[in-house]
Ligand binder design. Structure first.
Ligand SMILES: N[C@@H](CCC(=O)N[C@@H](CS)C(=O)NCC(=O)O)C(=O)O
Length: 70
């Protein structure tokens, strides 16, 4: 499972939720302030608008912090 996140954004909600569950996951940092950033593979497939947070869990790809936490 991968969480695409950036500090001091709504992605903290998903980060907090995953830490509380104890489920293993990988964090992928998205530099949202960098206009020339290279998005890591899979990010835009999970979040076509390029927003964080986004989560990939196997075949499931989703964005929206509330939906991810649910
Ligand atoms: N409603 C969305 C909002 C997502 C959102 O706007 N994320 C901001 C950070 S808080 C973002 O990714 N901004 C970067 C950009 O728009 O390029 C959610 O709660 O996940």
């Amino acid at each position: 499972m991968q969480l695409y996140w950036s500090p001091q954004t709504r992605s903290t909600r998903a980060l907090w939720m995953l830490e509380e569950t104890g489920i293993p996951y990988e964090r992928e940092l998205i530099e949202i302030q960098d206009p020339e950033r290279n998005n890591p593979a899979g990010f835009l497939e999970a979040s076509p608008m390029g927003k964080v947070p986004a989560l990939v869990d196997g075949d499931v790809k989703m964005s929206e912090s509330a939906a991810i936490c649910l």
